[in-house]
Each structure stands twice: as structure tokens, then as C-alpha cells.
Ligand binder design. Structure first.
Ligand code: KIV
Ligand code: ZN
Length: 517
């Protein structure tokens, strides 16, 4: 199988992402992880741009032993000398020189003719070769340039001693066919091109960076320039993990291998995200948090029976933990039961059925159901008493500086039993609801403790309330859970009142203190 080289530019082009500024120590941490990940070349920085970048390149050059360490430089004498100095301690140093090829860059940025660009590039390559044997040469915006000029400039660069020729699609303009064609032409038509490394470097302005990179590799390029999590200028660079896993997963199709260690991908992605502050979008291929999460009941059922029904990569092999079955409104009974077992519950089938109904009702109010949500649901269900008072409806009105009023409607008994209504006032909404509930149930009970905590995360987290009432000389605890904390409070209080009512029924039949409707 053909082995291609992975040139990682997370620390150079990746760091050019708007808002990213890595400290030298952070760059070193990432470089060491890139070495563990198995990249072949680490582009450590652009030393002329700042003292910090030069220091980081210098330190990475000293610490990294296996990959080549590259430093970027324009074709200017001072850039080359600064890059060469920063690379002094490197085991395998590379100077990466760049100019521009497109008419728009030549007229507005360089203000040079094509011949002048070639002349300056040749001199720069020869200068860089005095310091290192490994010189890469790039012409920015190659894909919006005249192909005849691109081929001529590359031929001159190879003759001057460049060992890698990079063909950047700087503004993410090309398409897979077009890019592949140019790479093939370079190999076929440029003298000496068979003896140097041809590299592809794509940006993602049209979302084509990975497709273009793969097309370039299929057309014969033997190096690709990529960044972890696809970070980089504007819409970013080609994503390292996507190219590596496309080549790995479809090696039957591409017939290309890399030195990337898949098990290090998850860790590398998380480290880069944490240090750059650039969050990975949830649906990002390979490393997004939803890349191996399944919500639809049919998918969950398939994955529970056989993971590969809906997964083409094994997240565990990528250091991403196991596949996840996200419990939400599309989830089915199978996934819910599996989660109950995973949480250690041994619940009879009838109870499971009831719980599943309550779980489904909860998903209408909450997008994603966490393990804590399930635990609370189960505990709530297991503590249910037969024929309890059931909250049907409540309404609260409160404002600052005035007492709150609440009205409640409670059913006494199973579905179809009479519903009773009452209203009450309190110093706050919960006190008002509790007074109305006490009135409607007719259960004498004194609230002695009330606690509330948030269950699950995010804006749609649930409030879990535990309250203790004293009734008939006993202390009874009730709990309730809801995304609405007043409703959770009402559930908890009613739960405790139900226990008190059950005790009372042992001596006399329960009656409601409210008015039936
Ligand atoms: O996108 C680009 O053209 C670059 C060059 C410096 C290689 O990043
Ligand atoms: Zn770039």
C-alpha cells in the first residue's frame, strides 16, 4: 500500500484561526501530542512573525525527535535566517518557503511580474538550502493561477533545490477534479517532479477541503497538509482526523496508508480544542460529540443489536469512549430498558412500561434525558402509592411586594376519579401552592423541610425537590421532579401528603377537603 506523509499545520495555519493565540508552552504540549499521534511533519510556526513564535519553534525543534519540524518563511533573506536559527536544535529541520502564484496576489500584494517571482523564489530556495537539506516551496493561491506559470515556477523551484513542492488552494476555490488534474500535470509535465514530494494544502471555504485533499492524494500527491479539528484561516484547513480516517476506513478504495495512530485522535482533538478555545461543532465528523451518538429508536435498536448497523468506525478505537445512545423523544423502549439495566435497576416489565410512558412524557418537555433524570424518574415511580392524589393543574400568580396566590386541581384516585379545586395565598408561590394542596387534599401536615437541586445540565435541566412533612406524629418525605420548579415542588409535597393520606386511610377512609368539579 502507498504510504503518504501527514504534514500537520495546526501550530501555524491552525493558529491563524481568528481569535486563537497559543502560548509557547501550549504549542509545545500540542507538538508532543502530535508526535504521539504519528504525524510526519509538524509545522511549528512562522518565526519571523514574533519572538514567541520563534521561541516555540526553537523549543519544539529541541523536544520533538521523530517528526520533521518545519518553520515557515517568506522568500525574504531575514525570514530564512530567522527560521534557520529557530530550527537549529532540530533532528530533522525543514524550511517552508512561500510566495504567491495568482495574478491577483502578484499585482496587489507582491507587485512583481511572474519572472521576478520565479527569480526571487530561486534565490530564496538556494539560500535556504545553505542551512537545511529539506526545503519546501509553496505558491499561494495556485488554484486561481495560470497553470502554465505554476508549472514553470515549480520547475524552477525543483531545479533550485526544493525537495517538497506544495500546491496550495489558499482560498478554498478548487474542486476535486480540477485539483486532481493539476497534481497529475505537475507530476507528468514538470522536469524533476517525479523525484520530489508533491504536497496538497486545502482550505475549506466551500466545504471541499477534505474532498480536494483526497482527490490530490489519489492523483499522486504524497503529502497532505492538515490541521487538527480542521482549524485554520477563515473556514479552516483540511481536517487531519477526517482525512486520516477516510484513508483508514476506505483503504479498500484509496489504497493509501498513513502513520496516524487512530487511538490518539480523540485525545489530540480535545487538547487542541481546550488550548485554542475553539469548540468542536457537535456534528463534526470523527471528533464531534454527536459523531457516535444515536437518538432515533430504530438506530438505537440496531446499534444495540450490532454496532456496525449504524457505525462505520469504532469510537473506542479513536479514543472517543463507547457509542452513545442519547435518550430523547425519538428513543425507543429497547434503549430505555438497556439504560435502566446499565443504571443497576431490576424493574418488573409492568413497572418498566409505566416508566417508559413517563419517560416519553418527559421527552416532550426536555430535549435530552440524562442518567440523573432517569434515576429521578425511577425513584419517583417506585415510591408511588396506590390511588394517590394526582396533580391535574396548577396556576400561580406572584409579583414582588405582594402575596402570591395559587389555585390547584387534584384528582383523587385513578383516571376518571373526581377532580377537586382549591385556591390559597402565601408569601411566595410555593407557599401558596402548598396551602392550596393542603386545603384540597384535606390532609393535615406541617412542612418541616424543603430542598431543591438541579438535575442534569443546561437551560432545560430539571428541578428535583425533596420535602419532609410532619403528620400524625410521623415524618414523611416526598420528592418530585420537573423542568418547572413550582410543579416539582407541588409533586414533592403531594407525594408526602399521599403518604400521610395513606396512613390516615388505615384508620378512616380518605375524603377530599376540596370541592369536586
Ligand atoms: O494557504 C496557503 O497558501 C498557505 C501557504 C503559506 C502554504 O498556508
Ligand atoms: Zn494555508
Amino acid at each position: 500500500m502507498r504510504r503518504i506523509r501527514i504534514f500537520d499545520t495546526t501550530l501555524r495555519d491552525g493558529e491563524q484561526s481568528p481569535g486563537v493565540n497559543l502560548m509557547p508552552q501550549e504549542k509545545i504540549e500540542i507538538a508532543r501530542q502530535l508526535e504521539r499521534l504519528g504525524v510526519d511533519i509538524i509545522e511549528a510556526g512562522f518565526p519571523i512573525t514574533s519572538e514567541g513564535d520563534a521561541q516555540a519553534v526553537q523549543e519544539i525543534a529541541r523536544q520533538v525527535r521523530t517528526p520533521v519540524v518545519a518553520a515557515l518563511a517568506r522568500t525574504h533573506e531575514q525570514d530564512i535566517e530567522t527560521a534557520a536559527k529557530a530550527l537549529e536544535g532540530a533532528m530533522r529541520p525543514r524550511i517552508h518557503l512561500f510566495t504567491s502564484f495568482s495574478p491577483v496576489h502578484l499585482s496587489y500584494m507582491l507587485r512583481k511580474s511572474e519572472d521576478e517571482v520565479i527569480e526571487i523564489s530561486v534565490a530564496a530556495i538556494e539560500r535556504a538550502r545553505r542551512y537545511v537539506d529539506d526545503v519546501e516551496f509553496s505558491g499561494q493561491d495556485a488554484m486561481r493561477s495560470d497553470p502554465a506559470f505554476v508549472l514553470r515556477a515549480i520547475a524552477a523551484a525543483i531545479a533550485a533545490g526544493a525537495t517538497t513542492i506544495n500546491i496550495p488552494d489558499t482560498v478554498g476555490y478548487t474542486t476535486p477534479e480540477e485539483y486532481g488534474d493539476l497534481i497529475r500535470r505537475v507530476r507528468r509535465e514538470v522536469p524533476g517532479a517525479m523525484d520530489v514530494t508533491i504536497s496538497v494544502h486545502c482550505h475549506d471555504d466551500l466545504g471541499l477541503a477534505v474532498a480536494n485533499t483526497l482527490a490530490g492524494l489519489q492523483a499522486g500527491a504524497d503529502q497532505c497538509e492538515v490541521a487538527v479539528n480542521g482549524i485554520g484561516e477563515r473556514a479552516g484547513n483540511t481536517s487531519l482526523e477526517e482525512v486520516a480516517m477516510a484513508l483508514h476506513t476506505r483503504r479498500d478504495h484509496f489504497g493509501i496508508e498513513t502513520g496516524i495512530v487512530p487511538a490518539e485522535i480523540g485525545r489530540t482533538s480535545r487538547l487542541v480544542s481546550r488550548l485554542t478555545g475553539m469548540l468542536v461543532q457537535p456534528n463534526k465528523a470523527v471528533v464531534g460529540q454527536n459523531a457516535f451518538a444515536h437518538e432515533a429508536g430504530i438506530h438505537q435498536d440496531g446499534v444495540l443489536k450490532e454496532r456496525t448497523t449504524y457505525e462505520i468506525m469504532d469510537p473506542q478505537e479513536l479514543g472517543q469512549g463507547p457509542s452513545q445512545l442519547v435518550l430523547g423523544k425519538h428513543s425507543g423502549r429497547h434503549a430505555f430498558q438497556t439504560r435502566l439495566v446499565a443504571l443497576g435497576y431490576d424493574i418488573d416489565p409492568q413497572r418498566q412500561k409505566e416508566l417508559f410512558g413517563r419517560f416519553k412524557a418527559l421527552t416532550d418537555r426536555k430535549k435530552q434525558i440524562s442518567d440523573e433524570d432517569i434515576q429521578s424518574l425511577v425513584e419517583d415511580e417506585l415510591y408511588q402509592l396506590p390511588d394517590p392524589f394526582v396533580l391535574q393543574h396548577y396556576h400561580v400568580s406572584s409579583s414582588d411586594g405582594a402575596s402570591a396566590t395559587a389555585s390547584v386541581a387534584v384528582r383523587n384516585g385513578p383516571e376518571g376519579s373526581p377532580v377537586y379545586r382549591e385556591a390559597a395565598v402565601g408569601t411566595g408561590p410555593i407557599e401558596a401552592v402548598y396551602a392550596a394542596l393542603q386545603r384540597v387534599t384535606g390532609v393535615e401536615a406541617e412542612l418541616v423541610d424543603y430542598q431543591i437541586r438541579s438535575v442534569g445540565g443546561g437551560a432545560d435541566a430539571q428541578g428535583e425537590v425533596h420535602c419532609t412533612v410532619s403528620s400524625g406524629g410521623l415524618r414523611l418525605v416526598g420528592s418530585g421532579i420537573s423542568t418547572d420548579i413550582i410543579e416539582a415542588s407541588a409533586f414533592a409535597y403531594l407525594h408526602a401528603l399521599n403518604k400521610a393520606a395513606a396512613l390516615r386511610r388505615q384508620t378512616a377512609p380518605a375524603t377530599s377537603g376540596g370541592e369536586a368539579v
